[in-house]
Design a protein around this ligand. Structure first.
Ligand code: ZN
Length: 53
């Protein structure tokens, strides 16, 4: 059986921030898959404020 590249990439493994493409400190909540840094910006935009006001 052949396994296509696409299928391979679907598996867990390389996950990147979809904004800055870093692989550090990724947050997978809400299916965003972005890094913490971008989450701060996007989160604010989406209405997520910092926790622990
Ligand atoms: Zn990022």
């Amino acid at each position: 059986m052949k396994i296509s590249k696409e299928e391979k990439m679907k598996g867990r493994g390389k996950r990147k921030c979809r904004i800055c493409e870093t692989a550090r400190g990724l947050i997978r909540k809400y299916d965003l898959i972005i890094c913490r840094r971008c989450f701060r910006e996007v989160g604010e935009y989406m209405g997520f404020r910092k926790y622990g006001k």
